[in-house]
Design a protein. Structure first.
Length: 496
């Protein structure tokens, strides 16, 4: 069969009452010559009545495909595999195209030097809830017109060469709705340019009920954690930010939380507590109660707490659904509550699937370190060309070494000012290190770990924990709101 310039792919799910209008806008109402493009509707067999209504609308070059996908986003991949157009235009069943949309897409790829591009999305708002959702969307994607903005490939409408889409593997639907962002970042990280087609317009019908946005929002953040589990932290932090809940997830494991609770409990009754600054005491007290909850109630406590907040915010938004002045803040609070729920849901289901580090490691270079070893560390940064990680005032590293006696050298950068004083305490598991020697030039310190500090002779790993007085740069006029501890480059263990 003859190939077309462009293939429009429409999966048959989530119609929102717009299915026939959507298909007609592509099949019947485009100004582009009909011989230039085909429309591919991909169905999973769950909406046979709608299929029977759509089939008569299609023209000879169009097609209605049937399959049994594992996820709705797999329908896009199946459509792409069967497409004859050199360019793909992916959209949704509740999006209605402007009459010149395809013409503008073809013109854009002819005249502009971009590898993929998104359409401009306008809103169809059947009720007040839809208007609120449209406002929230406009606030969350207000960077889409910036030159280097990467997160452009939204299925409301975007175009990409078929060969490039297939080369990238299409949508990695195992990450749920997060797969849109996965494809965008994959293209951007490999140097492809992503554009914004101002004149290619689709009208997106927003949700008309509060409950309709619940599952997609949860699936998106759940998918993000699935992705972070599989891909390097440096890559994820670059595109999605350094997320403390993820990087510190090990603290929610019950065995690790018990260790932290034991360390902090010792401090409550130690003589050193009298010398601690108030900020240090407050942080340790807060961390102690979190560790106690994690140790004895587990991650499901945090999931239940997030569920309760989500349920309450949903009810409040539902009661406010006819009040234009109050609905926006109520709906926004509800939408924000889906984020921690989705994240805690993932952790509750996967937290105990811990990665095991088999081989012994004597040098821990933070520029190369697997982030799964760390609790309470910020992302990698540089100072005068040297890589390091800021710790938080309570931080640990998982060390893969058998019980023995070691001389430990912690190499730091001299970027922490003398005030506030450090008040450093060090623990091997929950055993305190009584003495350490600080380097005169402020570039680190050293101490010894003896074999008797290990909990069991059979263990092949242990936690090295640091407690210290927080450095709060915002108190010195900085915009940095982080609680900081040590600027660590490397930790070395020498067998004695």
């Amino acid at each position: 069969m003859n190939s077309q310039a462009i293939s429009v792919i429409i999966p048959l799910f989530d119609p929102r009452g717009q299915a026939l209008k959507c298909v007609r806008s592509w099949v019947e109402k485009q100004t582009c010559d009909r011989s230039q493009y085909e429309v591919i509707v991909v169905a999973d067999g769950t909406q046979s009545e709608l299929e029977s209504q759509i089939q008569p609308l299609l023209q000879p070059q169009d097609s209605l495909l049937h399959c049994q996908p594992e996820h709705e986003y797999e329908l896009y991949n199946i459509g792409a595999q069967n497409a004859r157009g050199s360019l793909l235009l992916l959209t949704e069943l509740h999006c209605i195209a402007a009459s010149n949309c395809i013409t503008e897409v073809l013109d854009y790829f002819t005249t502009q030097n971009y590898d993929a591009a998104c359409c401009r999305s306008e809103s169809l708002n059947p009720n007040l809830i839809a208007k609120v959702e449209a406002k929230l969307f406009s606030l969350t994607v207000n960077s889409e017109r910036e030159e280097n903005y990467f997160d452009r490939l939204l299925v409301r409408g975007f175009a990409i060469p078929r060969s490039l889409y297939l080369e990238m593997g299409g949508f990695e639907w195992e990450f749920g709705r997060f797969c849109e962002r996965v494809l965008s970042t994959k293209l951007h990280s490999q140097g492809y340019k992503l554009g914004y087609m101002t004149n290619a317009i689709v009208a997106h019908c927003n949700n008309t009920t509060i409950a309709a946005s619940l599952q997609p929002s949860i699936e998106f953040v759940y998918g993000e954690f699935c992705y972070r589990e599989k891909y390097p932290a440096s890559y994820c932090d670059r595109y999605f930010g350094d997320l403390p809940l993820w990087s510190n997830r090990a603290i929610y494991r019950q065995q690790t939380a018990q260790m932290f609770a034991s360390i902090l409990a010792q401090n409550f009754f130690s003589e050193k507590r009298k010398e601690m600054p108030q900020a240090m005491k407050q942080l340790q007290q807060k961390a102690f109660w979190q560790a106690i909850i994690s140790a004895y109630l587990g991650m499901h406590w945090f999931l239940w707490k997030a569920w309760f907040k989500l349920s309450w915010s949903y009810l409040w938004a539902w009661f406010m659904r006819f009040d234009a002045d109050r609905l926006y803040s109520a709906y926004n609070r509800y939408w924000q509550a889906t984020i921690p729920y989705g994240r805690y849901k993932y952790l509750a289901e996967h937290l105990n699937q811990t990665k095991v580090f088999e081989s012994e490691v004597y040098c821990y270079n933070f520029a190369e370190l697997n982030r799964e070893r760390l609790i309470g560390f910020h992302g990698l940064e540089t100072w005068q060309g040297q890589s390091f990680c800021w710790s938080e005032p309570i931080a640990s590293i998982l060390v893969s070494l058998a019980p023995n006696t070691y001389n430990v050298r912690v190499e730091t950068l001299p970027v922490r000012p003398q005030n506030p004083p450090l008040h450093l305490q060090i623990f091997c598991n929950d055993r305190p290190i009584p003495n350490f020697t600080q380097n005169p030039d402020g570039t680190g310190f050293s101490f010894e770990i003896s074999q008797k500090m290990f909990l069991r002779v059979s263990e092949s790993s242990f936690y090295l924990t640091f407690l210290m007085n927080p450095l709060r740069l915002w108190e010195q006029g900085s915009s940095d709101r982080r609680e900081l501890g040590l600027a660590i480059q490397e930790i070395n263990f020498d067998l004695v």
